[in-house]
Design a protein around this ligand. Structure first.
Ligand code: ARG
Length: 566
Protein backbone atom coordinates (compact mmCIF):
# COMPACT_ATOMS: atom_id res chain seq x y z
CA UNK A 1 0.00 0.00 0.00
CA UNK A 2 1.41 3.40 -0.89
CA UNK A 3 2.41 5.29 2.21
CA UNK A 4 1.51 8.84 1.21
CA UNK A 5 3.13 10.34 4.26
CA UNK A 6 6.36 8.70 3.31
CA UNK A 7 6.03 9.90 -0.27
CA UNK A 8 5.66 13.46 0.96
CA UNK A 9 8.72 13.13 3.15
CA UNK A 10 10.82 11.82 0.30
CA UNK A 11 9.69 14.66 -1.92
CA UNK A 12 10.41 17.27 0.68
CA UNK A 13 13.75 15.82 1.71
CA UNK A 14 15.05 16.37 -1.79
CA UNK A 15 14.07 20.03 -1.50
CA UNK A 16 15.21 20.71 2.05
CA UNK A 17 18.77 20.07 3.10
CA UNK A 18 19.65 19.05 6.61
CA UNK A 19 16.51 17.08 7.49
CA UNK A 20 16.16 13.37 6.82
CA UNK A 21 13.04 11.55 5.69
CA UNK A 22 12.07 10.37 9.18
CA UNK A 23 12.40 13.84 10.64
CA UNK A 24 10.18 15.26 7.96
CA UNK A 25 7.67 12.46 8.34
CA UNK A 26 7.32 13.24 12.02
CA UNK A 27 6.34 16.81 11.13
CA UNK A 28 3.46 15.81 8.86
CA UNK A 29 0.01 16.39 10.30
CA UNK A 30 -3.43 15.19 9.37
CA UNK A 31 -5.75 18.21 9.02
CA UNK A 32 -8.99 18.22 11.02
CA UNK A 33 -11.01 17.81 7.84
CA UNK A 34 -10.34 16.70 4.31
CA UNK A 35 -11.24 20.09 2.80
CA UNK A 36 -7.82 21.15 4.03
CA UNK A 37 -6.17 18.18 2.38
CA UNK A 38 -5.22 14.67 3.42
CA UNK A 39 -1.90 15.77 4.89
CA UNK A 40 -0.34 19.04 5.90
CA UNK A 41 3.26 19.99 6.41
CA UNK A 42 4.04 22.99 8.61
CA UNK A 43 7.10 24.81 7.32
CA UNK A 44 8.07 26.71 10.46
CA UNK A 45 10.98 24.39 11.15
CA UNK A 46 12.48 25.21 7.78
CA UNK A 47 12.72 28.97 8.38
CA UNK A 48 16.26 28.72 9.74
CA UNK A 49 17.46 26.54 6.89
CA UNK A 50 16.11 28.77 4.14
CA UNK A 51 16.35 32.05 6.02
CA UNK A 52 12.93 32.95 4.71
CA UNK A 53 9.52 33.25 6.28
CA UNK A 54 7.48 30.01 6.57
CA UNK A 55 4.82 31.47 4.27
CA UNK A 56 7.29 32.06 1.47
CA UNK A 57 8.89 28.66 1.97
CA UNK A 58 5.50 26.94 1.83
CA UNK A 59 4.58 28.86 -1.27
CA UNK A 60 7.81 28.03 -3.07
CA UNK A 61 7.84 24.38 -2.06
CA UNK A 62 4.20 23.93 -3.09
CA UNK A 63 5.05 25.41 -6.46
CA UNK A 64 8.05 23.12 -6.96
CA UNK A 65 6.12 19.99 -6.02
CA UNK A 66 3.25 20.54 -8.42
CA UNK A 67 2.58 17.83 -10.96
CA UNK A 68 3.44 14.93 -8.67
CA UNK A 69 1.29 11.95 -9.65
CA UNK A 70 0.33 10.95 -6.11
CA UNK A 71 -1.31 14.25 -5.35
CA UNK A 72 -4.09 15.90 -7.27
CA UNK A 73 -3.43 19.21 -5.56
CA UNK A 74 -0.62 20.69 -3.49
CA UNK A 75 -1.22 24.17 -2.15
CA UNK A 76 0.03 26.43 0.55
CA UNK A 77 -2.05 28.11 3.20
CA UNK A 78 -0.03 30.35 5.45
CA UNK A 79 3.02 28.46 6.57
CA UNK A 80 1.50 25.11 5.68
CA UNK A 81 1.63 22.97 2.58
CA UNK A 82 -1.54 20.98 2.11
CA UNK A 83 -1.51 17.76 0.12
CA UNK A 84 -4.61 16.29 -1.52
CA UNK A 85 -4.06 12.67 -2.53
CA UNK A 86 -5.07 11.49 -5.95
CA UNK A 87 -8.29 9.64 -5.20
CA UNK A 88 -7.97 7.10 -7.93
CA UNK A 89 -4.50 6.12 -6.75
CA UNK A 90 -5.76 6.05 -3.18
CA UNK A 91 -8.64 3.73 -4.10
CA UNK A 92 -6.35 1.49 -6.10
CA UNK A 93 -3.62 1.14 -3.53
CA UNK A 94 -5.98 0.50 -0.61
CA UNK A 95 -8.40 -1.87 -2.29
CA UNK A 96 -5.67 -3.85 -4.03
CA UNK A 97 -3.99 -4.31 -0.71
CA UNK A 98 -7.18 -5.72 0.84
CA UNK A 99 -7.78 -7.96 -2.15
CA UNK A 100 -4.25 -9.33 -1.88
CA UNK A 101 -3.90 -9.57 1.87
CA UNK A 102 -7.46 -10.64 2.68
CA UNK A 103 -7.82 -11.52 6.36
CA UNK A 104 -4.22 -10.44 6.95
CA UNK A 105 -4.97 -6.90 5.82
CA UNK A 106 -3.95 -4.49 8.57
CA UNK A 107 -1.60 -6.90 10.27
CA UNK A 108 2.05 -6.05 10.91
CA UNK A 109 5.18 -7.70 12.14
CA UNK A 110 6.28 -5.01 14.57
CA UNK A 111 6.24 -7.51 17.41
CA UNK A 112 8.21 -10.23 15.69
CA UNK A 113 10.24 -12.35 18.07
CA UNK A 114 8.72 -10.71 21.13
CA UNK A 115 6.62 -12.35 23.81
CA UNK A 116 3.80 -10.54 25.55
CA UNK A 117 2.35 -12.12 28.65
CA UNK A 118 -1.28 -11.25 29.26
CA UNK A 119 -2.78 -11.98 32.66
CA UNK A 120 -6.55 -11.85 32.30
CA UNK A 121 -9.85 -13.12 33.68
CA UNK A 122 -8.23 -14.61 36.81
CA UNK A 123 -11.34 -15.31 38.90
CA UNK A 124 -11.19 -16.62 42.44
CA UNK A 125 -11.87 -20.23 43.32
CA UNK A 126 -15.05 -20.79 45.31
CA UNK A 127 -16.15 -17.22 44.66
CA UNK A 128 -18.53 -15.93 42.02
CA UNK A 129 -17.26 -15.04 38.57
CA UNK A 130 -18.49 -11.48 38.57
CA UNK A 131 -18.92 -8.89 35.91
CA UNK A 132 -15.45 -7.47 36.64
CA UNK A 133 -13.99 -10.82 35.68
CA UNK A 134 -16.09 -10.71 32.53
CA UNK A 135 -14.53 -7.37 31.61
CA UNK A 136 -11.05 -8.65 32.33
CA UNK A 137 -11.78 -11.72 30.22
CA UNK A 138 -12.98 -9.88 27.14
CA UNK A 139 -10.41 -7.08 27.30
CA UNK A 140 -7.65 -9.63 27.86
CA UNK A 141 -8.70 -11.89 25.06
CA UNK A 142 -8.98 -8.96 22.70
CA UNK A 143 -5.50 -7.68 23.58
CA UNK A 144 -4.25 -11.22 23.10
CA UNK A 145 -5.61 -11.21 19.55
CA UNK A 146 -4.38 -7.69 18.82
CA UNK A 147 -0.80 -8.39 19.89
CA UNK A 148 -0.75 -11.58 17.83
CA UNK A 149 -2.08 -9.71 14.81
CA UNK A 150 0.83 -7.30 15.09
CA UNK A 151 3.37 -10.07 15.12
CA UNK A 152 3.91 -10.53 18.83
CA UNK A 153 3.62 -13.91 20.43
CA UNK A 154 0.84 -13.58 23.02
CA UNK A 155 0.85 -15.80 26.07
CA UNK A 156 -2.43 -15.88 27.97
CA UNK A 157 -2.41 -16.68 31.65
CA UNK A 158 -5.37 -17.24 33.92
CA UNK A 159 -3.95 -16.29 37.31
CA UNK A 160 -6.62 -18.04 39.33
CA UNK A 161 -7.15 -16.92 42.89
CA UNK A 162 -6.65 -20.40 44.28
CA UNK A 163 -4.44 -19.82 47.29
CA UNK A 164 -4.53 -17.96 50.57
CA UNK A 165 -5.75 -18.26 54.14
CA UNK A 166 -9.38 -18.24 53.03
CA UNK A 167 -8.92 -21.78 51.76
CA UNK A 168 -8.01 -22.93 55.27
CA UNK A 169 -11.24 -21.42 56.53
CA UNK A 170 -13.24 -22.98 53.77
CA UNK A 171 -11.83 -26.44 54.37
CA UNK A 172 -12.52 -26.03 58.06
CA UNK A 173 -16.09 -24.94 57.38
CA UNK A 174 -16.62 -27.83 55.01
CA UNK A 175 -15.35 -30.32 57.58
CA UNK A 176 -17.74 -28.94 60.16
CA UNK A 177 -20.93 -28.19 58.28
CA UNK A 178 -20.45 -29.12 54.63
CA UNK A 179 -22.61 -31.37 52.52
CA UNK A 180 -20.91 -33.05 49.61
CA UNK A 181 -23.96 -33.42 47.36
CA UNK A 182 -25.03 -29.85 47.89
CA UNK A 183 -21.57 -28.58 46.98
CA UNK A 184 -21.50 -30.71 43.88
CA UNK A 185 -24.88 -29.42 42.82
CA UNK A 186 -24.06 -25.74 43.27
CA UNK A 187 -20.40 -25.47 44.13
CA UNK A 188 -19.72 -21.75 44.21
CA UNK A 189 -22.93 -20.75 45.89
CA UNK A 190 -22.62 -23.42 48.55
CA UNK A 191 -18.95 -22.77 49.26
CA UNK A 192 -19.69 -19.06 49.49
CA UNK A 193 -22.36 -19.89 52.05
CA UNK A 194 -19.94 -21.97 54.07
CA UNK A 195 -17.42 -19.18 54.06
CA UNK A 196 -20.00 -16.71 55.34
CA UNK A 197 -21.08 -19.15 58.00
CA UNK A 198 -17.48 -19.59 59.11
CA UNK A 199 -17.19 -15.88 59.80
CA UNK A 200 -20.51 -15.75 61.62
CA UNK A 201 -19.48 -18.64 63.85
CA UNK A 202 -16.14 -16.99 64.53
CA UNK A 203 -18.00 -14.16 66.20
CA UNK A 204 -19.36 -16.61 68.72
CA UNK A 205 -16.38 -18.91 68.90
CA UNK A 206 -13.09 -17.06 68.25
CA UNK A 207 -10.97 -20.23 68.48
CA UNK A 208 -12.37 -21.18 65.07
CA UNK A 209 -9.99 -18.65 63.53
CA UNK A 210 -7.06 -20.73 64.75
CA UNK A 211 -8.61 -23.85 63.37
CA UNK A 212 -8.98 -22.19 59.98
CA UNK A 213 -5.37 -21.07 60.10
CA UNK A 214 -4.31 -24.57 61.02
CA UNK A 215 -6.04 -25.93 57.95
CA UNK A 216 -4.25 -23.46 55.75
CA UNK A 217 -0.97 -24.41 57.40
CA UNK A 218 -1.78 -28.03 56.65
CA UNK A 219 -2.52 -27.13 53.07
CA UNK A 220 0.80 -25.30 52.77
CA UNK A 221 2.60 -28.28 54.26
CA UNK A 222 1.07 -30.60 51.71
CA UNK A 223 -1.26 -32.50 54.04
CA UNK A 224 -3.10 -35.17 52.01
CA UNK A 225 -6.60 -34.45 53.24
CA UNK A 226 -6.33 -30.68 52.99
CA UNK A 227 -4.87 -30.94 49.50
CA UNK A 228 -7.62 -33.26 48.38
CA UNK A 229 -10.44 -31.03 49.55
CA UNK A 230 -8.77 -27.93 48.14
CA UNK A 231 -8.28 -29.62 44.78
CA UNK A 232 -11.90 -30.61 44.74
CA UNK A 233 -12.96 -26.99 45.33
CA UNK A 234 -10.69 -25.91 42.49
CA UNK A 235 -12.05 -28.47 40.05
CA UNK A 236 -15.68 -27.72 40.81
CA UNK A 237 -15.15 -23.99 40.47
CA UNK A 238 -13.27 -24.37 37.22
CA UNK A 239 -16.14 -26.37 35.81
CA UNK A 240 -18.41 -23.42 36.46
CA UNK A 241 -15.94 -20.96 34.97
CA UNK A 242 -15.47 -23.15 31.91
CA UNK A 243 -19.16 -22.76 31.09
CA UNK A 244 -18.60 -19.04 30.73
CA UNK A 245 -15.35 -19.43 28.80
CA UNK A 246 -17.07 -21.77 26.41
CA UNK A 247 -19.88 -19.32 25.74
CA UNK A 248 -17.34 -16.55 25.18
CA UNK A 249 -15.05 -18.84 23.18
CA UNK A 250 -12.16 -17.75 25.35
CA UNK A 251 -9.19 -19.87 26.28
CA UNK A 252 -5.80 -19.59 27.96
CA UNK A 253 -2.35 -20.93 27.36
CA UNK A 254 -1.86 -21.48 31.09
CA UNK A 255 -4.11 -21.89 34.08
CA UNK A 256 -1.33 -21.20 36.53
CA UNK A 257 -3.04 -19.69 39.54
CA UNK A 258 -1.61 -18.29 42.73
CA UNK A 259 -0.98 -21.77 44.14
CA UNK A 260 1.46 -22.45 41.32
CA UNK A 261 3.92 -20.08 42.97
CA UNK A 262 3.65 -21.61 46.43
CA UNK A 263 7.01 -23.42 46.23
CA UNK A 264 8.69 -20.51 44.48
CA UNK A 265 8.07 -17.82 47.05
CA UNK A 266 10.75 -18.62 49.63
CA UNK A 267 13.47 -17.94 47.13
CA UNK A 268 11.88 -14.64 46.15
CA UNK A 269 11.45 -13.53 49.75
CA UNK A 270 15.15 -14.30 50.26
CA UNK A 271 15.99 -12.23 47.22
CA UNK A 272 14.01 -9.27 48.58
CA UNK A 273 15.87 -9.70 51.86
CA UNK A 274 19.25 -9.76 50.11
CA UNK A 275 18.47 -6.45 48.45
CA UNK A 276 18.06 -4.99 51.93
CA UNK A 277 14.59 -3.69 51.27
CA UNK A 278 12.66 -6.08 53.51
CA UNK A 279 11.75 -4.53 56.84
CA UNK A 280 10.19 -5.99 59.93
CA UNK A 281 7.14 -4.20 61.15
CA UNK A 282 5.02 -5.46 64.06
CA UNK A 283 5.98 -9.04 63.33
CA UNK A 284 5.20 -8.72 59.64
CA UNK A 285 7.59 -8.10 56.75
CA UNK A 286 7.10 -5.20 54.41
CA UNK A 287 8.83 -3.17 51.75
CA UNK A 288 8.64 0.44 52.76
CA UNK A 289 7.37 2.69 49.96
CA UNK A 290 7.08 5.96 51.80
CA UNK A 291 9.58 7.60 49.46
CA UNK A 292 7.19 6.87 46.65
CA UNK A 293 4.10 8.14 48.42
CA UNK A 294 2.59 4.74 48.81
CA UNK A 295 1.70 2.62 51.81
CA UNK A 296 4.13 -0.25 52.43
CA UNK A 297 3.88 -3.41 50.37
CA UNK A 298 3.14 -6.28 52.73
CA UNK A 299 5.23 -9.35 51.87
CA UNK A 300 4.75 -11.68 54.84
CA UNK A 301 1.95 -11.36 57.35
CA UNK A 302 2.64 -11.55 61.06
CA UNK A 303 1.36 -15.13 61.10
CA UNK A 304 4.07 -16.06 58.62
CA UNK A 305 1.87 -16.49 55.57
CA UNK A 306 2.43 -14.84 52.22
CA UNK A 307 -0.15 -12.70 50.49
CA UNK A 308 -1.52 -11.71 47.09
CA UNK A 309 1.35 -9.29 46.43
CA UNK A 310 4.04 -11.84 47.33
CA UNK A 311 2.54 -14.21 44.82
CA UNK A 312 2.36 -11.52 42.14
CA UNK A 313 6.02 -10.61 42.64
CA UNK A 314 7.00 -14.26 42.45
CA UNK A 315 4.83 -14.83 39.38
CA UNK A 316 6.37 -11.84 37.58
CA UNK A 317 9.90 -13.11 38.17
CA UNK A 318 8.88 -16.59 37.07
CA UNK A 319 7.27 -15.19 33.91
CA UNK A 320 10.34 -13.14 33.10
CA UNK A 321 12.57 -16.20 33.55
CA UNK A 322 10.27 -18.45 31.56
CA UNK A 323 9.06 -16.24 28.72
CA UNK A 324 11.53 -13.37 28.70
CA UNK A 325 8.59 -11.09 27.91
CA UNK A 326 8.85 -7.74 26.18
CA UNK A 327 5.74 -6.73 28.10
CA UNK A 328 3.64 -8.25 30.85
CA UNK A 329 0.09 -6.98 31.07
CA UNK A 330 -2.37 -7.32 33.94
CA UNK A 331 -6.03 -6.61 33.43
CA UNK A 332 -8.16 -5.83 36.46
CA UNK A 333 -10.67 -3.41 37.88
CA UNK A 334 -9.13 -0.03 38.80
CA UNK A 335 -9.74 -0.84 42.46
CA UNK A 336 -6.44 -2.71 42.24
CA UNK A 337 -4.41 0.26 41.00
CA UNK A 338 -2.54 0.62 44.25
CA UNK A 339 -1.77 -3.07 44.53
CA UNK A 340 -0.08 -3.09 41.13
CA UNK A 341 1.73 0.21 41.66
CA UNK A 342 3.14 -1.14 44.92
CA UNK A 343 4.48 -4.42 43.73
CA UNK A 344 5.74 -3.00 40.43
CA UNK A 345 7.78 -0.67 42.62
CA UNK A 346 9.11 -3.60 44.63
CA UNK A 347 10.29 -5.27 41.42
CA UNK A 348 12.02 -2.03 40.46
CA UNK A 349 13.64 -1.73 43.90
CA UNK A 350 14.89 -5.28 43.52
CA UNK A 351 16.94 -3.89 40.66
CA UNK A 352 15.07 -5.41 37.75
CA UNK A 353 15.12 -3.03 34.83
CA UNK A 354 12.24 -4.92 33.26
CA UNK A 355 9.97 -3.41 35.91
CA UNK A 356 9.23 -0.81 33.24
CA UNK A 357 7.74 -3.51 31.05
CA UNK A 358 5.04 -4.36 33.55
CA UNK A 359 1.74 -2.75 32.70
CA UNK A 360 -1.43 -2.65 34.69
CA UNK A 361 -4.45 -2.17 32.45
CA UNK A 362 -7.26 -1.00 34.71
CA UNK A 363 -10.89 -0.82 33.73
CA UNK A 364 -14.04 0.76 35.13
CA UNK A 365 -17.10 -0.66 36.79
CA UNK A 366 -20.27 -1.94 35.22
CA UNK A 367 -23.64 -0.74 36.31
CA UNK A 368 -27.18 -0.66 35.05
CA UNK A 369 -29.40 2.34 35.05
CA UNK A 370 -31.01 0.98 38.20
CA UNK A 371 -27.71 0.24 39.92
CA UNK A 372 -26.35 -3.23 40.24
CA UNK A 373 -26.97 -5.99 37.75
CA UNK A 374 -30.09 -7.69 38.97
CA UNK A 375 -31.91 -10.86 38.12
CA UNK A 376 -35.63 -11.19 38.33
CA UNK A 377 -35.19 -12.66 41.77
CA UNK A 378 -33.35 -9.57 42.85
CA UNK A 379 -29.95 -11.03 43.60
CA UNK A 380 -26.86 -10.05 41.70
CA UNK A 381 -26.99 -11.54 38.26
CA UNK A 382 -24.90 -14.60 37.45
CA UNK A 383 -22.68 -14.27 34.48
CA UNK A 384 -23.76 -17.32 32.55
CA UNK A 385 -27.36 -16.36 33.15
CA UNK A 386 -26.62 -12.94 31.71
CA UNK A 387 -25.03 -14.42 28.59
CA UNK A 388 -27.86 -16.90 28.12
CA UNK A 389 -30.36 -14.13 28.44
CA UNK A 390 -28.60 -12.11 25.73
CA UNK A 391 -28.79 -15.12 23.45
CA UNK A 392 -32.50 -15.65 24.18
CA UNK A 393 -33.29 -12.04 23.43
CA UNK A 394 -31.46 -12.16 20.12
CA UNK A 395 -33.32 -15.32 19.22
CA UNK A 396 -36.58 -13.40 19.52
CA UNK A 397 -35.28 -10.64 17.26
CA UNK A 398 -34.16 -13.14 14.62
CA UNK A 399 -37.47 -14.97 14.84
CA UNK A 400 -39.14 -11.69 13.96
CA UNK A 401 -36.70 -10.34 11.37
CA UNK A 402 -35.57 -13.42 9.58
CA UNK A 403 -37.61 -16.46 10.57
CA UNK A 404 -36.30 -18.49 7.65
CA UNK A 405 -32.66 -18.20 8.68
CA UNK A 406 -30.68 -21.43 8.79
CA UNK A 407 -28.90 -22.38 12.05
CA UNK A 408 -30.70 -19.72 14.05
CA UNK A 409 -29.35 -21.08 17.33
CA UNK A 410 -25.76 -20.68 16.24
CA UNK A 411 -26.34 -17.16 14.92
CA UNK A 412 -28.22 -16.09 18.05
CA UNK A 413 -25.26 -17.22 20.08
CA UNK A 414 -22.79 -15.27 17.97
CA UNK A 415 -24.91 -12.15 18.07
CA UNK A 416 -25.98 -12.32 21.73
CA UNK A 417 -22.47 -12.92 22.98
CA UNK A 418 -21.06 -10.49 20.44
CA UNK A 419 -23.41 -7.79 21.74
CA UNK A 420 -22.21 -8.26 25.32
CA UNK A 421 -18.55 -8.22 24.30
CA UNK A 422 -18.96 -5.23 21.99
CA UNK A 423 -20.83 -3.29 24.66
CA UNK A 424 -17.88 -3.86 26.91
CA UNK A 425 -15.17 -3.03 24.40
CA UNK A 426 -16.69 -0.09 22.58
CA UNK A 427 -16.12 2.38 25.40
CA UNK A 428 -12.86 3.60 26.75
CA UNK A 429 -12.06 0.85 29.22
CA UNK A 430 -11.47 3.06 32.22
CA UNK A 431 -14.99 4.48 31.97
CA UNK A 432 -17.68 2.89 34.05
CA UNK A 433 -20.02 1.24 31.60
CA UNK A 434 -23.74 1.12 31.76
CA UNK A 435 -25.46 -2.08 30.98
CA UNK A 436 -28.64 -1.54 29.02
CA UNK A 437 -30.20 -4.55 27.35
CA UNK A 438 -32.16 -2.72 24.69
CA UNK A 439 -29.35 -0.47 23.60
CA UNK A 440 -26.76 -3.21 23.63
CA UNK A 441 -28.81 -5.70 21.60
CA UNK A 442 -30.17 -3.24 19.07
CA UNK A 443 -29.33 -3.83 15.42
CA UNK A 444 -28.98 -0.07 15.03
CA UNK A 445 -26.75 2.36 16.84
CA UNK A 446 -23.21 1.76 17.91
CA UNK A 447 -23.55 -1.89 18.76
CA UNK A 448 -22.03 -5.24 18.01
CA UNK A 449 -25.19 -6.49 16.27
CA UNK A 450 -25.09 -3.41 14.02
CA UNK A 451 -21.57 -4.22 12.85
CA UNK A 452 -22.42 -7.90 12.48
CA UNK A 453 -25.59 -7.05 10.58
CA UNK A 454 -23.71 -4.72 8.24
CA UNK A 455 -21.18 -7.45 7.64
CA UNK A 456 -23.87 -10.05 6.93
CA UNK A 457 -25.75 -7.74 4.61
CA UNK A 458 -22.62 -6.89 2.64
CA UNK A 459 -21.86 -10.58 2.47
CA UNK A 460 -25.24 -11.30 0.97
CA UNK A 461 -24.55 -8.71 -1.73
CA UNK A 462 -21.37 -10.57 -2.61
CA UNK A 463 -23.29 -13.83 -2.74
CA UNK A 464 -26.01 -12.40 -4.93
CA UNK A 465 -23.48 -10.98 -7.35
CA UNK A 466 -21.45 -14.18 -7.28
CA UNK A 467 -18.46 -12.03 -6.55
CA UNK A 468 -15.06 -13.31 -7.42
CA UNK A 469 -11.90 -11.46 -6.42
CA UNK A 470 -10.40 -9.86 -9.54
CA UNK A 471 -7.69 -7.34 -10.23
CA UNK A 472 -9.27 -5.88 -13.32
CA UNK A 473 -10.97 -2.88 -11.78
CA UNK A 474 -11.47 0.68 -12.94
CA UNK A 475 -10.69 2.61 -9.77
CA UNK A 476 -11.61 5.94 -11.31
CA UNK A 477 -15.20 4.88 -10.68
CA UNK A 478 -14.62 4.98 -6.91
CA UNK A 479 -13.60 8.57 -6.36
CA UNK A 480 -16.90 9.99 -5.14
CA UNK A 481 -17.11 11.15 -1.53
CA UNK A 482 -19.04 8.22 -0.09
CA UNK A 483 -16.67 5.69 -1.64
CA UNK A 484 -13.55 7.59 -0.66
CA UNK A 485 -14.84 7.83 2.89
CA UNK A 486 -15.02 4.06 3.11
CA UNK A 487 -11.61 3.71 1.49
CA UNK A 488 -9.99 6.09 3.94
CA UNK A 489 -11.33 4.06 6.86
CA UNK A 490 -9.96 0.90 5.30
CA UNK A 491 -6.65 2.65 4.84
CA UNK A 492 -6.41 3.69 8.49
CA UNK A 493 -7.61 0.39 9.93
CA UNK A 494 -4.09 -0.76 10.65
CA UNK A 495 -3.31 2.48 12.50
CA UNK A 496 -6.34 1.89 14.70
CA UNK A 497 -5.03 -1.57 15.54
CA UNK A 498 -1.59 -0.24 16.36
CA UNK A 499 -3.06 2.48 18.59
CA UNK A 500 -5.21 -0.13 20.30
CA UNK A 501 -2.04 -2.08 21.06
CA UNK A 502 -0.02 0.93 22.19
CA UNK A 503 -2.72 2.09 24.57
CA UNK A 504 -4.02 -1.39 25.43
CA UNK A 505 -7.37 -0.04 24.33
CA UNK A 506 -9.51 -2.36 22.17
CA UNK A 507 -12.17 0.37 21.96
CA UNK A 508 -10.09 2.03 19.22
CA UNK A 509 -10.86 -0.93 17.01
CA UNK A 510 -14.51 -1.06 18.07
CA UNK A 511 -14.93 2.64 17.22
CA UNK A 512 -13.15 2.18 13.93
CA UNK A 513 -15.37 -0.63 12.74
CA UNK A 514 -18.46 1.29 13.79
CA UNK A 515 -17.26 4.18 11.64
CA UNK A 516 -16.51 1.81 8.81
CA UNK A 517 -19.93 0.15 9.04
CA UNK A 518 -21.63 3.56 9.04
CA UNK A 519 -19.59 4.80 6.10
CA UNK A 520 -20.33 1.63 4.23
CA UNK A 521 -24.06 1.93 4.84
CA UNK A 522 -24.01 5.45 3.42
CA UNK A 523 -22.10 4.22 0.39
CA UNK A 524 -24.51 1.33 -0.03
CA UNK A 525 -27.44 3.68 0.19
CA UNK A 526 -26.09 6.14 -2.37
CA UNK A 527 -24.31 3.81 -4.75
CA UNK A 528 -26.42 0.83 -5.78
CA UNK A 529 -24.14 -2.11 -6.21
CA UNK A 530 -25.95 -4.55 -8.44
CA UNK A 531 -26.27 -2.40 -11.59
CA UNK A 532 -26.40 -2.74 -15.37
CA UNK A 533 -22.95 -1.38 -16.00
CA UNK A 534 -20.55 -4.23 -15.41
CA UNK A 535 -17.50 -2.05 -14.78
CA UNK A 536 -19.31 -0.04 -12.15
CA UNK A 537 -20.64 -3.13 -10.45
CA UNK A 538 -17.19 -4.72 -10.35
CA UNK A 539 -15.60 -1.62 -8.89
CA UNK A 540 -18.28 -1.21 -6.24
CA UNK A 541 -18.12 -4.86 -5.34
CA UNK A 542 -14.44 -4.49 -4.56
CA UNK A 543 -15.45 -2.06 -1.84
CA UNK A 544 -18.10 -4.42 -0.54
CA UNK A 545 -15.59 -7.23 -0.42
CA UNK A 546 -13.04 -5.09 1.38
CA UNK A 547 -15.56 -3.95 3.96
CA UNK A 548 -16.68 -7.52 4.62
CA UNK A 549 -13.06 -8.52 5.10
CA UNK A 550 -12.11 -5.71 7.43
CA UNK A 551 -15.29 -5.84 9.52
CA UNK A 552 -14.70 -9.52 10.05
CA UNK A 553 -11.07 -8.98 11.00
CA UNK A 554 -12.00 -6.15 13.34
CA UNK A 555 -14.72 -8.15 15.06
CA UNK A 556 -12.34 -11.09 15.31
CA UNK A 557 -9.75 -8.93 17.06
CA UNK A 558 -12.39 -8.06 19.62
CA UNK A 559 -13.18 -11.75 20.09
CA UNK A 560 -16.50 -11.53 18.27
CA UNK A 561 -17.70 -13.82 15.50
CA UNK A 562 -19.18 -12.57 12.25
CA UNK A 563 -22.05 -14.68 10.94
CA UNK A 564 -22.35 -14.80 7.15
CA UNK A 565 -26.10 -14.46 7.33
CA UNK A 566 -28.36 -13.06 9.99
N1 ARG B 1 -8.03 -12.90 41.37
C1 ARG B 1 -7.98 -11.47 41.33
C2 ARG B 1 -9.36 -10.90 41.55
O1 ARG B 1 -10.34 -11.56 41.30
C3 ARG B 1 -7.44 -10.93 40.03
C4 ARG B 1 -6.04 -11.35 39.70
C5 ARG B 1 -5.40 -10.47 38.69
N2 ARG B 1 -4.08 -10.90 38.34
C6 ARG B 1 -2.99 -10.77 39.09
N3 ARG B 1 -1.86 -11.24 38.66
N4 ARG B 1 -3.06 -10.15 40.25
O2 ARG B 1 -9.50 -9.76 41.96
Amino acid sequence: MIDFKNEISILISSEVEGLNVEEIESLIEVPPNYDLGDYALPCFRFAKIFRKSPNIIAEELAENLKGNKYFSKIENVGGYINFFVNKEILAKTVLEEVLNQKEKFGSKNIGEGKNVVIDYSSPNIAKPFHVGHLRSTVIGKSLYNIYNFLGYNSIGINHLGDWGTQFGKMICAYKKWGNKEEIEREPIKTLQGLYVKFHEECEKEPSLEDEGRMWFKKLEDGDEEAKKIWKWFVELSLEEFERIYKLLKVDFDYYTGESFYEDKMDRVVDMIKEKNILKESKGAYIVDLEDYNMPPCLIIKSDGTTIYATRDITAAIYRKDTFDFAKAIYITDYAQNLHFAQWFKVIELMGYDWAKNLEHVPFGRVSTEEGKLQTRKGNVILLDELLERAIEKVKLVIEEKNPGLENKEEVAKMVGIGAVIFNDLSNNKIKDIVFNWDRMLSFEGETGPYVQYTHARANSVLRKAQYDVTSDIDYSLLTNDVAINVIRLLQSFSNAVVSAMEKNEPSFIARHIIDLAQAFNRFYHECPIIVEDEKTQKARLSIVYSVVTVLKTGLGLLGIEAPEKM
